[in-house]
Design a protein around this ligand. Structure first.
Ligand SMILES: NC(=O)c1ccc[n+]([C@@H]2O[C@H](COP(=O)([O-])OP(=O)(O)OC[C@H]3O[C@@H](n4cnc5c(N)ncnc54)[C@H](O)[C@@H]3O)[C@@H](O)[C@H]2O)c1
Length: 264
């Protein structure tokens, strides 16, 4: 059997109860990582652990776990240390957001989004940081978004774009502070990906079509498109990559959608 790309590593992945986090848990475990997951969703988180173990992988998880609470973020790090003795990879995948325009957004929606996209990454990174330093390094991956790169006239991303733009900046600063300790920090910016977070909106045929029209490659993203990029950044193949943002968006940000040629 060939060596796994994450053999010997402990990978802490947040939001493993569904979507990209569940996909990453399966992929990372198949590549040899011992995975520590978590979610606010109890059933989803447990199903992911069962699936990983049934496939021969190693995984534990903490559920329910709300990472917007610093004490719960600390408990997650403690689970990783107690179970596997340390952490090598921290994949900040979990997030929640409220979508609205500046004209209609309430302060509660704004606050929920900033906590659900930024506070939770701060809590986990500050809890795990001394352990990464003590271990001599590690890889932090945080999921941002194309919303961190550009505005939208149709999607009401006021707080979401602020959260994800802030996350790209936070990750870059973690890279700057982590370099001397062998800690790498990078973001992934997905475009529109089919997941539990988007499925109800994608059921709206007009919205689906409007999003699809923005993608150079002519299809929406799949959760494993993002998980595979995270696998690369987690692995030693990316050992000289830090402080970057990797767009996984089918080309959404790199063009003006009107330039897309009509299908033959
Ligand atoms: N789906 C997309 O189109 C898209 C596009 C760009 C960026 N993203 C980002 O990708 C990441 C994953 O998105 P997804 O589509 O798989 O979402 P999802 O909602 O399907 O999965 C996220 C998981 O995180 C969990 N979670 C949320 N807040 C949490 C908290 N405070 N503590 C613990 N667990 C929590 C949720 O319960 C859920 O299971 C998110 O950071 C999201 O912002 C998604």
């Amino acid at each position: 059997m060939s060596a796994g790309r994450l053999d010997g590593k402990v990978a802490l992945i947040t939001g493993t109860g569904g979507g990209m986090g569940a996909s990453a848990a399966a992929l990372f475990a198949a590549e040899g990582a011992r995975v520590v997951g978590c979610d606010v969703l109890v059933d989803g988180a447990r199903e992911t652990v069962e699936r990983v173990r049934a496939a021969g992988g190693e995984m534990v998880s903490l559920e329910p776990c709300d990472l917007t609470d610093a004490a719960q973020a600390k408990a997650l790090v403690a689970l990783a240390l107690d179970t596997y003795g340390g952490v090598d990879v921290v994949y900040n995948n979990a997030a929640t957001a409220r979508f609205n325009t500046v004209a209609d957004m309430t302060f509660e929606e704004w606050e929920h989004t900033i906590a659900g996209e930024l506070h939770l990454v701060f809590h986990l990174c500050s809890a795990v940081w001394p352990h990464l330093v003590a271990r001599g390094g590690g890889s932090i991956i945080s999921t941002a978004s194309v919303a961190g790169h550009r505005g939208s006239a149709i999607n009401g991303i006021l707080a979401h774009s602020t959260g994800k733009g802030g996350l790209i900046a936070m990750s870059r600063q973690l890279a700057a502070e982590g370099g001397a300790h062998g800690i790498r920090s990078n973001t992934i910016s997905p475009g529109i990906v089919m997941s539990p977070a988007t499925e109800s909106r994608l059921d709206d045929a007009d919205w689906h079509e409007s999003q699809l029209a923005t993608v150079m490659l002519g299809r929406l993203g799949r959760v494993d498109d993002v998980a595979k990029a995270a696998l690369f950044l987690a692995s030693d193949d990316a050992s000289w990559i830090t402080g970057v943002d990797l767009r996984v968006d089918g080309g959404m940000v790199a063009w003006s959608p009107r330039a897309r040629p009509a299908a033959a």
